[in-house]
Structure formats: C-alpha cells, structure tokens
Design a protein around this ligand. Structure first.
Ligand code: PMP
Length: 397
C-alpha cells in the first residue's frame, strides 16, 4: 500500500535540534532554533502568561470550540498591536482578522486565500528568507521566486537591485516582506527604504504580505510595525500575518493571526467570511488555551504593560549578547569589524560563517547553527558567550 511513499529528508533546522540533543558534550550550545532562551538557557514562562493561566485555571474554564476565526478579544488584540489602538482603519472596520495556528497557520490560510482569488499571481520572497515561507506558498500552489535582498559583501541590503526587481513584477504578484527582525539575516530596511519599497508596491499594484513574527524584539512595539502602518497610510490593501510564539514565549500553543486590510467594511466582511470558509475546511477552529491567554493578557491594561516590559527584557538581553559577541570577536581578531552583529535586529544574526566553517564549529566545538551561518543570538548567555566567541574566532582565523 505505502511502498511508493518516499522518505522525508527532515527539516534542516528541526534536524539540527535533534543532533544537538544527542550530542553528549557538556559544553554544547544550541544556536540553531529561533527560540528565546533566558540567561540560564531556559525557555521563559512570562509572568503575564502565568497570571492569565491562573485566571483560566481557577475556576476551571470549560473548553468549548472557539469560533472559526478565534475569540473576538484575540482578534482585537492582533489589530490593536499591528495597526494601533486608535487607528482610523480599525474604526472604519476595514480590517478582516482571524486567529490562526501560529504565524505558520496565518501564512497558510493567507496563501490559500490568495491562490484561490488571484490564481495567476506568483509569490516572491526575500533572498534569503525563512525556508518555510517557500514551503508554505508552494504548498498552496504558488510558483515562488526570490527578490534580491541580502548583500553578503556589505552585510547590508541590495537595495537598488531590490527596487529594480520589484518594478519588473506583474499586478497582484505577492511580495512577502518582513516588517522587522528579518529572518534569517537580522538586516532590516530603514524607514526611508520602506517608503520607497511601498511606493513601488503601490505603483505596480503588487499584493504585499507582511509577515511579522518578532514584534517588540527590534526597536519597540510601534517602530517594529512602521511598514504596516505606513502601508495603511498610503492606502494599500494588503495582508499581515503575525505570531505570538516568540513575544509571548508561547511557541507550542500555536498562537498567530492573519489580517487583511480591505477597501471598506463590506469588503472586509466578505474577506472575513472567505477566511472562515478556508479555516473550516482545514482545521475548523483554533486552539483554546493559547487563545484565552492572549485574550486575557492583551485586554487587561496591567497585564499588557507587564507583557511589553517582559518583551523588552528579552530584546535587551539579545542586544547585550550581540554587543558582547562583537566586542569579543573584535578583540580576538584585531583589524576586523564585527559591527554588523550589533546593527542587525531581532533574534538572528547572519554571522558570515561559510558552510564549511559551520560544519567545523559543530564538529569541533558542539556549537549548533544553521548551515547558512545564521545563529539565534538568544541562545547565547553569560555561561557560553566566551566559549562561542572563542570558537567563532578560531574558525574565522
Ligand atoms: N514567520 C517568520 C519570519 C518566522 O521566523 C516564524 C517562526 N520561525 C514564523 C513566521 C512562524 O511562526 P509560528 O512559530 O508562530 O508558526
């Protein structure tokens, strides 16, 4: 019956986690997966989340099915964070929003929707991007191409090439953009560059799909959504997928959202209905526990403020690790600049290590990172930073 089923090679990043787990070395380090660990190397359970969970547990909350598009308070939370609590676009009820199974689920529901209603559209992702962007859009039937983005020569962006490329695309082609904390490079567009990119998106009538999985980890909660709010100001109609996995440290609860900015309330209602239709046919309704946690934290002023501060603690620890790694590498390799490590945003740093150097650092030092040289800076802490800096300097010599 199943003899024709081909083996699955496995996901490269998740496979790396398995290898790290099996490594018997005591000083091994996991810089592979994009997960925030605290200074003790532990996955935090945020205080605001613990308080919300206490409310759910006492008295125990029954677990009926949630609506297809999630709890109303959850949807409002996504909208307020992304567009701003008092945004006119929300008052005008122009945004269709649904809860989704993580940011991944948002990408999937959005990709299915776009493929159904714009069957000719192609999808373009940054070169490089989070590999699952390609997987999810291909899985929804898209041909996926790449737009120029990272410039290894300067550790910056091939901005002129990017603009020239966008100008060659067809109306309704999907351009997948990272509003902040680009995964995997950590290199973001400046606000002035966003303005230019969005001008081309508007002029060519492209369909922007903004995927934000790290709000609060870049500059702050508002600056990180500059591109989203600017697109609204410019009158663009577009998609936003958001994830609470990282900023609420709720990875396994699968909490995300999909928002579509529409022309008017009637259009938003139609889009909302089609999103519900898609969800009904894929998984019916989203998970309850994470949904309630998000709803409680985001809609209680005290818990919300506590949450924002907890995100900034995570953000600042990552920035501190970036500075320490840079200082240490510059001390060990005089004459070489590692400024790019502190200029990058969010959880990831493209280190510039070649695949050979990555293979060596894994083999000789038990430091696990993705073959493209991406490290999750949040895997660094006071106990391992010197070890990692030494090893990096050794393979970079
Ligand atoms: N988009 C990007 C850019 C990501 O980095 C991630 C998570 N690695 C996701 C989406 C998916 O988020 P989630 O884990 O909530 O599905």
């Amino acid at each position: 019956m199943f003899s024709h089923v081909e083996p699955y090679a496995g996901d490269p990043i998740l496979g790396l986690m398995d290898k790290h787990k099996q490594d018997p070395r005591a000083d091994k380090v996991n810089l592979g997966v994009g997960v925030y660990f605290d200074n003790d190397g532990k996955l935090p359970v945020l205080n605001c989340v613990q308080k919300a969970e206490a409310q759910i547990a006492n008295p125990p909350k029954p677990r009926p099915y949630l609506p297809m598009d999630g709890l109303p308070g959850y949807r409002a939370a996504c909208q307020n964070l992304l567009f701003g609590k008092d945004a006119q676009v929300l008052k005008d009820k122009r945004v269709a929003t649904t809860a989704t199974i993580g940011g991944s689920g948002a990408l999937k529901v959005g990709a299915d929707f776009i493929h159904a209603w714009f069957p000719q559209a192609k999808c373009y992702v940054s070169d490089p991007t989070w590999a699952n962007h390609i997987g999810i859009f291909e899985g929804s039937g898209f041909a996926v191409g790449k737009y120029p983005y990272y410039d290894a020569a300067t550790n910056g962006i091939k901005f002129d090439e990017l603009i020239a490329f966008l100008n060659t695309l067809q109306a309704h082609d999907v351009v997948l953009l990272h509003p902040c904390c680009h995964n995997p490079t950590g290199v973001d567009l400046t606000q002035a560059q966003w303005d230019q990119v969005l001008e081309v998106v508007k002029a060519k009538n492209l369909l922007a799909f903004m995927d934000i999985a790290y709000q609060g980890f870049g500059e702050d909660m508002d600056a990180d959504v500059y591109a989203i709010r600017k697109a609204v100001d410019m009158g663009l109609l577009f998609f936003v997928s958001n994830s609470f996995s990282k900023n609420l440290s709720l990875y396994g609860e699968r909490v995300g959202g999909l928002s579509v900015v529409c022309k008017d309330e009637a259009q938003a209602k139609a889009v909302q209905g089609q999103l519900q239709f898609n969800i009904r046919r894929i998984y019916s309704s989203p998970p309850s526990h994470g949904g309630h946690v998000v709803d409680i934290v985001m809609n209680d002023d005290a818990l919300f403020n506590e949450w924002v501060q907890e995100v900034y603690v995570m953000r600042d620890r990552i920035k501190d690790m970036r500075q320490k790694l840079r200082d240490s590498l510059e001390a060990k390799l005089p004459g070489r600049s590692f400024e790019y490590i502190t200029k990058q945003n969010g959880m990831f740093s493209y280190t510039g290590l070649t695949p050979e150097q990555v293979a060596r650092i894994i083999k000789d030092f038990g430091i696990y990172m993705v073959a493209n040289g991406r490290i999750s800076v949040a895997g660094l802490n006071a106990s391992n930073i010197d070890y990692v800096a030494n090893a990096m300097a050794e393979v970079l010599k």
